[in-house]
Design a protein around this ligand. Structure first.
Ligand code: 5GP
Ligand code: ZN
Length: 116
């Protein structure tokens, strides 16, 4: 997949609308269109990387910025007291459907032992 036909790159450019909750120079956080918890937000680097393994090995600083944005959003959403979950689905076995790396930030209610 090229960045040209990437869904999340189109959210970065505004070509596809999204409910953005936080934007930094390098990252974007927006609400998942099909929430699987009371709070379900996706955090991405604006630059296109396929998955977390590629991102972390190519640009560890940017990977850290994605986590920093996830933490700031978790606090803003009031998730710090109750707790929350951050998931990077990766590749076919990991159930990754959108091939632009994204952290799922889930919380706002007790979560099950594991969520896909
Ligand atoms: P994955 O399975 O790749 O880890 O997760 C992709 C996530 O993107 C899913 O939770 C799905 O609901 C979400 N998603 C898919 N299309 C859109 C969209 O157009 N806008 C938003 N905000 N989320 C989307
Ligand atoms: Zn992309």
């Amino acid at each position: 997949m090229t960045t040209f036909d990437c869904l999340f790159c189109k959210i970065v450019t505004g070509e596809i609308p999204a409910t953005v909750v936080r934007e930094t120079p390098t990252t974007l956080a927006f609400r998942d269109i099909g929430p699987k918890a009371a709070v379900h937000i996706l955090v991405i680097p604006k630059e296109h990387y396929v998955d977390v393994a590629t991102l972390a090995q190519s640009d560890a600083k940017l990977a850290g910025e994605v986590l920093e944005t996830a933490a700031v959003v978790a606090e803003a959403e009031g998730l710090l007291d109750g707790g929350f979950r951050v998931i990077f689905n990766t590749g076919e076995y990991g159930g990754q459907e959108v091939l632009h790396v994204h952290a799922h930030l889930l919380g706002g209610e007790p979560l099950g032992p594991m969520i896909a």
